[in-house]
Ligand binder design. Sequence first.
Ligand code: PMP
Length: 355
Amino acid sequence: MKHNFGAGPCILPQEVFQEASQAVLNFNDTGLSILEISHRSKEFEAVIAEAERLVRELLSVPTGYSVLFLQGGASTQFAMVPLNLLPEGRKCAYLDTGTWASKAIKEARKVGEVTVVASSADANYTYIPKAYEVPADAAYFHFTSNNTIFGTEMLETPKADVPLVSDMSSDILSRKVNVADYGLIYAGAQKNMGPAGVTLVIVKDELLGKVGRTLPSIFDYQTHIGSGSMYNTPPVFSIYVSMLNLRWLKNKGGVKVIEQENIIKARTLYDEIDRNPLFRGTAVVEDRSRMNVTFITEDKAHEAAFLELAKERNLVGLKGHRSVGGFRASIYNALSIAGVNALVDAMQEFEEKTK
Ligand code: PMP
C-alpha cells in the first residue's frame, strides 16, 4: 500500500474508494450505476440532501446560510465572490498570502476596486502578515485560510468589521471554524471533502442580491440557492463520493476528533523536520500549516536521493511545488498517523545512510 502525500486531488479513505467503486457497478441495489442515474432521480436527491445535511452538521452551519455544491473549482469562486458581493462603486479587501490568494485578487480586480491590506510576497509567502487594517468601508475581506503551496495556515480567524470571505480549499473540515463569523466560505472539494469536480460554498443569505449588477444566471449564487444546486446537471459522482467521505468523517467523530489527529500528525512531522539536521522547514514556525508541510534538504544535493528513498518506502506525492522546491507532505484528514510515522522513519533512515 502506498502513502499518498499529494496536495490534491489526494488521498481519501480506502472505505470511501471501496464503496464508491461498488456504486459504479450497482448503486444502492438499483441495478444501475451511480454514473448513469438521473440527477433528478429520488436516489440522487437523497444523496445531495444527505451531503448538505452532513456539511451543516459537521461544520455547525447556522440558519440563514445556504450550502451549495457548484462546479468550476475554487477558481470560479475567485470571480463569483466579487461578482456577487462587491457592489458597483465599492471596494473589497484582500490579504495576499500566496499563489491562490493572488489569483483571487487578480479576478476581483476585473470586477471592481481591490485593497490589498498586506502581502508576504516579499518573503516568498513564508509567513502570514499580521499587522494590517481592513478598511471599514470594504464590502468584504477575503483571505486564504491555508496556503497549499507555501505551507502556511491561519488557524485564528482574523478580526474585521466587514463580512469575512475565506478560501478554505485545503483546510475545510480539518479543524473547527465558527461559520457564523463568516459571510462566505468556499472550497474546492479535492482535498478534505471529496474528489475533484465539486466546490462547496457556504454563504450567508442576507449578503446576496445587493450588488446592483446583472449577473449571468450561472454566476449568481441566488440561482443555485433557488434550485438546490441543480440549476444545471450537478457533478453527480463527485457529490456522491463527497457524501461518502462526509459520512466517514462523521463516523470518526467529526471535525473535533479529526482536528486532534491532525494536530498530532503535524506535530510529529514538524518535530522530525526540526530535529533532523538534514532537513529544514520553509514556513515560519508560528504560521506552519497542519495540512501541507513544506520542507527542504539543507544540502540541495540530497533532494533527489531522499525522494528516491521515499519512493522505495511507498511514500508518494512528496515533491514540493516548483515555487518552493524541496518537499511538501500533504497530511489531509485521510492520511493516517501510520503514514506520517512511515515518512518520519524514512527521514531517520536517510539521516543514518547519509552519515
Ligand atoms: N485555493 C486553494 C487554497 C487551492 O489549494 C487551490 C488548488 N489546489 C485552489 C484555490 C484552486 O482550486 P481549483 O483547482 O479547484 O480551481
